[in-house]
Structures are given as C-alpha cells and as structure tokens.
Design a protein around this ligand. Sequence first.
Ligand SMILES: [Zn+2]
Length: 145
Amino acid sequence: METSITTPTHETHSESLWTLVLRATKLRCPACGKGKLFCGLLTMNDPCQECGRKYEREPGYLLGSIYVNYGVTALLVLIMYFGMFLGTDLTGKQILGVTATFSLLFPLWFFRFARAYWVAMDEKFDPWPNEAEAREMAAEITKTK
Ligand SMILES: [Zn+2]
C-alpha cells in the first residue's frame, strides 16, 4: 500500500511582510508563492500543491480570517460613511442604504482575500512547520516506513 506523505520542501524562514502581502493579494501560497490557495470559489488547496504547506493547521484555524474580513469591511464602511456624509448631499437613509449594501456584499467578495491575508500573517508570525508540526510529520514518516 502506497501512502503519499507531504513533506515541506521550503526551508522554515519568514518571508518579508511585503512579499507575503503580495502573495496573499495574488491568492498564492505564502510559503512558496507558487501554489494557488483556492481550487474553487470557496474551496482551498490544502495543503499547498507546490510545497506542501498546510493551511488549516488545526480545526478552526482559518476562522481567524473572519476578523480580517470584518476589520477591513468596518474600516471601509467608516471611510465611506464619512466620505458621503461630508462630501455629498446624500440623506442619512441613502448613506445607510449604500453602506449597508456594501457591508453585505463586500465580505462575500473579500472572503478569499481575508483567508489569504490570514494565512500570510500566520506564515509571518509562526512559519510552517513549527517545531511541533515538524516533529509530528517526522513521526508520521517514520510510522509509514
Ligand atoms: Zn506553497
């Protein structure tokens, strides 16, 4: 019986923040910059098909991207609100309509990018594989030999 084991092909080091942001914006793997993060509209290529980097390192790991999505949406709504309040003649109800519609639609579009930025931030502060993950992978390789 043949088992495929993913082993990291990249050295554990942290890329520059700029590189990680650029890779996330292009929806690419933060570790190698080559693998595509998503294979469908919402489905992730996990692990990376180029370097084996695991994105969902433990159950619920990617839920943190909700904070990214919420934060960016809230910031943009704030800027839009003051922009329209101070720069246009729109009524309060019109401004509410525009910002409410935006705050419902934008997070749906931004979902993939929020995940990409979350994974990139994760790569910056806790590059994969960390010590425990490396031990776990080594144990799995030993077990199957
Ligand atoms: Zn990769």
